[in-house]
Design a protein around this ligand. Sequence first.
Ligand code: URA
Length: 235
Amino acid sequence: MKLLRYLANLGYGSRREVAALIEDGRVTDADGAPLEADARVPHAAIRLDGAPLDPAPGSLFLLHKPVGYTCSTRDAGRLVYDLLPPRLRARSPIVSPVGRLDRDTSGLLLLTDDGGLLHRIISPRARIAKVYEAELAQDLRGDEGALFESGGLMLESETTPLLPAGFEALGPRHARLILHEGRYHQVRRMFGAVGNRVLALHRSRVGGLGLGDLPAGQWRVLEADEIAALFASAG
Ligand code: URA
């Protein structure tokens, strides 16, 4: 793709604005030589004002989402996009969350502008496990595991029962759930169905990926081997 369109698609401005950046000699190669609007240059070799570009198109971003941020491009409050380079929201195609987390849920959130990759991750056929830890308002009853693992739990206003989910009690009011699907407010509604209430919810893993030591509010781009690990551990 020609440089002008490439940079406009990456959110660096309208075509007119990007043309001005190029005409002003602000877009260069790695050695500082100005590039032409119709140049075709590898992503890693392009500099704007001497700095490398944002991550390449097709990147998979790992964000440690804090509580209080919404997975939306437009909302009254704080958005997950506020934690990422501002241009990601202006990309074409846009960088979108790979499945959402509620505003009040923290933890591992993936985002990408690669629609094919996004669908491969969220496809039920991929069977990628999502691991959640929940703090609960009431003590566990003791029968939650059997019910959640049964594959027979029907949530209100759903037409099909939930897939079997893994369950582990971590304390009287603390539990881990492993889901292979992502229905609306699923974890909160599952505990609601057994007379409990989720006070705090955190997603710790998706497939073979964890957050490691990534602090809340921070992000990084995943390497190819980490994306492979995401799929390899499915099942
Ligand atoms: N289940 C929920 O209830 N909320 C989330 O954010 C994710 C799963």
